[in-house]
Design a protein around this ligand. Structure first.
Ligand code: PLP
Length: 354
């Protein structure tokens, strides 16, 4: 089977080794004569998977014991709910949010159900084509929420503000893709289905000391403190997504960690943006300084070439290049596992369009 050049925005490409090892574990997990899918999550064979999946995140992020790592269900969307439940005070709760795209707006919508939400910066009026920068967040807020990478619009926060409150970040679409001082955040979450693994689990990294201070009676599943106490096994965890995430993170660790991934991602994005800037037929949706290293969203300026372009990239073996339905155009997602050779194939197709 020859594999496609997979630019899908998520679920998306993962290292081939992850697919192979996952497939083997489904057939016979660690040679125990049972599938990973048919053993108890509390068995002596699975518990070390969960333990190591939690430990490797702290190693890769260079975080200490003041942080806890959770693997939960419900997608990043459930974190839109869990964050305010766990961090917004019951009385006069108030949080600051940065509105940088559809997913940020989704988080804002849920936050508003729990208390006051102030939008301290928004690029909505300009179709989310930039990252707002001039705002401040004071200590009157219970927390500040931002989205590090806007998967649909192709914008990315290059720097994070210094705020006088807790710092929460949705890193779903650029987690483990670039070197960041992760210790500047009090809570990080990310749906696994981009740089981390398959859909079905969500990573939460949280500083323990921030929990238990809202006065809210939190439903059990939604309570980070309870999930921490149960080591992500309050209920049956998504065993396969956790195992495949562990394999993906091991692959990252064995290939130079986040530092090396960042270098590869910079090279890939540079190659693609150079062609977009050179070629008068293409343009990004966003401002140059805010361009994402992970999701390159762009448009074709001459509609009469659309059919030719669509045929050409499909014939070149490219998958998943259509833009999000809300924005249109094209989106090349260049996640960690995408090789630069695939980007070159796309660039060649763009070059050949006259
Ligand atoms: N946040 C961001 C930045 C995303 O890109 C997505 C999905 O693509 C989500 C949140 C929602 O994730 P989920 O589908 O896991 O709920």
């Amino acid at each position: 089977m020859s594999k496609k050049h997979n630019f899908s925005a998520g679920p998306c490409i993962l290292p081939q080794e992850v697919f192979e090892k996952s497939a083997a574990a489904i057939l016979d997990f660690n040679g125990i004569g049972l599938s990973l899918l048919e053993i108890s999550h509390r068995s002596k064979d699975f518990v070390p998977v969960m333990d190591e999946a939690r430990a490797i995140v702290k190693r890769l992020m260079k975080l200490g014991d003041d942080y806890e790592v959770l693997y939960l269900g419900g997608g990043a969307s459930l974190q839109f709910v869990m964050v305010p439940f766990n961090l917004m005070k019951l009385e006069n709760g108030k949080a600051a949010y940065l509105d940088t795209g559809t997913w940020a707006a989704g988080a804002i919508k849920e936050g508003k159900k729990m208390g006051t939400v102030d939008i301290v910066g928004s690029s909505k009026e300009k179709n989310y084509s930039f990252i707002p920068k001039n705002y401040s967040v004071g200590s009157e807020y219970d927390y500040f929420h931002c989205t590090s990478n806007n998967t649909i619009y192709g914008t990315q926060m290059k720097e994070f503000p210094k705020v006088d409150t807790l710092m929460v970040c949705d890193m779903s679409s650029d987690i483990f893709s670039r070197v960041i001082d992760f210790s500047q955040f009090d809570l990080i979450y990310a749906g696994a289905q981009k740089n981390m693994g398959p859909a079905g689990t969500t990573l939460v990294v949280v500083k323990k000391e921030i929990l238990g201070k809202t006065g809210r009676d939190i439903p059990s599943y939604l309570d980070y403190s309870l999930q921490i106490a149960k080591e992500s096994m309050f209920n049956t965890p998504p065993v396969f997504p956790v195992y495949a995430s562990l394999l993906t993170l091991q692959h990252l660790e064995n290939n130079g960690g986040i530092e090396a991934a960042e270098k590869r991602n910079i090279d890939k994005a540079a190659l693609l943006y150079a062609e977009i800037d050179r070629n008068p037929l293409f343009e990004t949706f966003c401002e140059k300084e805010d361009r994402s290293l992970m999701n390159v969203s762009f448009k074709l300026l001459d509609d009469s070439k659309k059919e030719e372009f669509d045929t050409a990239w499909k014939e070149a073996g490219i998958n998943g290049l259509n833009g999000h339905r809300s924005l249109g155009g094209y989106r090349a997602s260049t996640y960690n596992a995408l090789p630069i050779e695939s980007v070159q194939v796309l660039v060649d197709v763009m070059k050949n369009l006259n």
